[in-house]
Design a protein around this ligand. Structure first.
Ligand SMILES: C[S@@+](CC[C@H](N)C(=O)[O-])C[C@H]1O[C@@H](n2cnc3c(N)ncnc32)[C@H](O)[C@@H]1O
Length: 182
């Protein structure tokens, strides 16, 4: 295993106005999504905390337009936040309805992020095409995994990411962690 923990300070960042509006307006879309029984489960992260982490990590990127990828992007908020901070940003999401919702929010806010429908697990039949190629481009990968996926995702990051890539994980309330591929 060549993935090492990274210490980061997370001073709360003053939310830019456009981020406040994005979070306010999309909170409703998320409630609608979660309230509809026909939809599959989706659990949103604490987006303010994740935004703080993105701001703390942005200066550590060594290229002018770093590439951000979210595995399991839900309604796409974190990918949209990363794009608004100057990352070239994409999300991979298994549920087509969530991908449609993400694309619609991106259009509404005119944020240039890409959402790909499929699985980030290469062994799945729904696996995204060119997954390995996409993952090799990444400078920061973000994931909020289901509990039963945590170990597999860590292992996958170790196999797919190039050296120097950061991994930002959200594990639940107040729990964000950062790692780096050696
Ligand atoms: C806990 S939610 C997190 C959503 C979002 N990342 C966030 O931080 O708010 C996990 C998401 O991962 C998606 N997901 C689970 N397994 C996946 C897979 N193999 N490929 C793509 N998406 C997946 C689920 O559909 C769900 O939207």
């Amino acid at each position: 295993m060549s993935v090492l923990p990274v210490e980061i300070d997370l001073p709360p960042v003053h939310l830019p106005h456009h981020v406040e509006i994005l979070l306010q307006q999309t909170a409703e879309a998320m409630e609608d999504w979660q309230g509809n029984r026909e939809n599959h489960t989706f659990v949103p992260a604490d987006y303010v905390l994740v935004f703080d982490a993105l701001c703390a990590l942005r200066p550590r990127m060594t290229v002018p337009k770093p590439y951000f990828l979210e595995w399991g992007s839900g309604v796409g908020i974190v990918t949209l936040l990363a794009a608004s901070l100057g990352w070239s940003a994409s999300g991979i999401e298994l549920q087509p309805g969530l991908v449609r919702e993400s694309r619609s929010i991106a259009r509404m806010f005119d944020i240039p992020a890409t959402f790909i429908n499929g699985s980030f697990f290469p062994q799945d039949k729904e696996a995204v095409d060119n997954l390995e190629e996409i993952c090799r481009k990444v400078n920061l990968l973000y994931v909020y995994p289901w509990p039963d996926q945590e170990l597999e995702i860590f292992d996958l990051f170790d196999r797919m990411a190039k050296p120097g890539t950061f991994l930002l994980t959200y594990y639940g309330t107040e729990d964000v962690r950062v790692f780096r591929k050696d």
